[in-house]
Design a binder for this molecule. Structure first.
Ligand SMILES: [Zn+2]
Length: 342
């Protein structure tokens, strides 16, 4: 069992050695959302931007989509990266300071790194993106816009908000990739990949991101319970696929189980994908407004009438949930298949 003890005086967590070592290994093994959903979210958010921003983002769609999984890969080389993708809310207790300086003061850096910092990191990325807009620095804008999309998407995955991130504390190990990768891979053709939302200015991004993270966390009990319900009609052999990996036995959910689980979940995964999409558009827009609404035409480059027509066409297809049938969902494009994009 992993144990955290909260010591009132120093307000520091104590982490058992077993958890810290297991955490590192599991974080390397458990991805986030999967490339398909990260790429989809970064693409769809572009269609929700206002006309003063849309052409620049649309023109750079390839980069924004292609690079969306980059922060996950960074975890392999940067030890500071992993905590930016999750937050174990239970470990913070009630009354979590929503601003980083207050949190750093209360918990200390070591504890924060161990318990995860995704909401704080999103707000940090927001500052960086705003600064990039202020300087009209094209490369930095794209870099931080793509990364911000990744972290916002991760924060909307319920299992990124809990200590029981892989169902490992409730004998449901493997649930993480089942929920965020297997289910959307199987079901995306049935998803609603459209939204009537258009980017709005966030007066208080800190409040919005914390509220959204809390809402994602509120979905955890239900997704655990539904796995138990579906399990009742599966034998162990029907539920799990056992494979040998590097000489070790590894167990994952079967496709049949994933389909049954997807049906039981209803539209929860789809809903969180869209929540992340809308939120990302709002964050991109808010950064741009906070930077003083810089004119992006100089860094957009040539935007021909044909570009404009295609951009408008795609916004229409997005609104009508027709991107996939029109073969315009970039994450499903053949150019992205068969590699991780790096
Ligand atoms: Zn991630």
């Amino acid at each position: 069992m992993f144990t955290f003890v909260f010591q009132p005086k120093s307000m520091r967590f104590f982490l058992s050695l077993s958890r810290s070592s297991v955490l590192v290994v599991l974080l390397l093994l458990t991805g986030s959302w999967g490339f398909l959903v990260h790429r989809t979210i970064n693409q769809l958010s572009i269609y929700e931007l206002p006309g003063a921003m849309g052409p620049f983002f649309y023109k750079n769609m390839d980069y924004l989509v292609y690079q969306s999984p980059r922060p996950d890969l960074r975890r392999n080389t940067d030890m500071a990266e992993a905590p930016r993708h999750f937050i174990d809310l239970e470990l913070y207790g009630n009354d979590i300071p929503t601003a980083w300086p207050d949190a750093a003061k209360r918990y200390g850096m070591d504890s924060l790194q161990k318990a995860g910092i995704v909401p704080y990191h999103i707000l940090w990325m927001k500052q960086r993106l705003t600064a990039a807009f202020s300087g009209l620095d094209k490369d930095s804008i794209l870099f931080y816009a793509a990364d911000l999309g990744h972290y916002i998407a991760d924060a909307m995955v319920p299992l990124h908000t809990t200590e029981n991130y892989d169902g490992q504390l409730t004998n449901q190990k493997g649930l993480h990739s089942l929920w965020e990768s297997m289910v959307p891979e199987l079901e995306i053709v049935n998803y609603q990949l459209s939204s009537s939302h258009r980017a709005v200015y966030l007066k208080n991004p800190e409040k919005v991101i914390w509220k959204s993270v809390r809402a994602a966390a509120a979905l955890v009990p239900d997704l655990l319970q539904k796995e138990r319900e579906v399990s009742a009609s599966f034998t162990t052999e029907q539920k799990y696929r056992v494979q040998m990996r590097n000489g070790k036995e590894s167990r994952s959910y079967t496709t049949a189980f994933a389909k049954a689980y997807a049906a039981r979940l209803g539209n929860t995964v789809n809903q969180q994908l869209l929540v992340a999409t809308d939120l990302l558009a709002d964050f991109w827009y808010t950064c741009w407004v906070d930077a003083g609404k810089p004119d992006l035409t100089a860094i957009t480059g040539t935007f021909t009438e044909a570009d404009q027509a295609q951009y408008q066409r795609e916004i229409g297809l997005f609104s009508g949930n027709q991107l996939l049938p029109a073969n315009l969902l970039q994450a499903r494009s053949p150019k992205y298949q068969g590699g991780n994009g790096y």
